[in-house]
Design a binder for this molecule. Structure first.
Ligand SMILES: C[S@@+](CC[C@H](N)C(=O)[O-])C[C@H]1O[C@@H](n2cnc3c(N)ncnc32)[C@H](O)[C@@H]1O
Length: 212
């Protein structure tokens, strides 16, 4: 849910022969994913739908697993999102959520309305709230999930941000053609993101089971 450019869909289809369904409101991602699925020979196992997870029509109890990698941060109503994920899963199905979070409630309170955080929310995310992981745990538990794993992925995600920084630097000329100054803005944003990474911000993964 919030499948981006489809990396996980394609990986699960290719490596584990899973049938995968990706949901994203972003129109351009769908044609890209179906093209890659054809190239990789997994088109029969990968489908996508355009829309918002909270609203799109999907079969209740129709999925073994639901994943949300870096997408719950864009969804304002946590209660609705966890309830929807649970409704889509079969009994014993698994929900995997990985997300960037302020390190605790106090850091969220102190930083979330600062100019730098507002820049990320408005210019990078569109809309986003980097809730502390305790809010995600509460949301999952309140929806009836059993928490079966909580992992700190901060060090792994630092490498992801380093990768984005390298991409911005190597594609700076193309990015500047979109808007002069954009490459520099993105570079500063990513450098600052990694400077606070592990201090004010973290990245966690929650694994939850629909145990009953
Ligand atoms: C930061 S990207 C992460 C993409 C992908 N999961 C990954 O790890 O590369 C967030 C994704 O969530 C999608 N998204 C945002 N709001 C959404 C919503 N309400 N329902 C479904 N997808 C949403 C965006 O279009 C985008 O594809």
């Amino acid at each position: 849910m919030g499948c981006g450019w489809g990396s996980l869909l394609l990986f699960m289809a290719r490596e584990y022969s899973c049938r995968t369904t990706g949901i994203s409101p972003a129109a351009r991602q769908h044609a890209y994913i179906s093209g890659r699925a054809r190239e990789l020979g997994v088109a029969d196992r990968v489908s996508t739908r355009q829309g918002h997870f909270e609203e799109i029509d999907l079969p209740a109890g129709g999925f073994d697993a639901v994943t949300m990698l870096g997408s719950i941060v864009h969804m304002p109503d946590l209660t609705a999102v966890f309830a929807r994920a649970r409704a889509l899963l079969r009994r014993d199905g698994t929900l995997y959520v990985s997300e960037s979070c302020f390190r605790n409630a106090a850091a969220h309170e102190a930083f979330h309305s600062r100019a730098g955080t507002r820049f990320v929310g408005e210019k990078i995310f569109g809309w986003g709230d980097m809730r502390p992981v305790s809010e995600l745990v509460r949301g999952a538990e309140d929806a009836g999930f059993s928490l079966i794993g909580l992992e700190d992925l901060t060090a792994d995600y630092r490498r992801t941000i380093d990768g984005w920084l390298a991409n911005v630097r190597s594609a700076a000329d193309d990015i500047e053609r979109i808007r002069p100054g954009l490459a520099g803005e993105l570079e500063r944003y990513l450098e600052i993101a990694n400077a606070g990474w592990g201090y004010t911000t973290k990245h966690y993964a929650l694994t939850c089971r629909k145990a009953r």
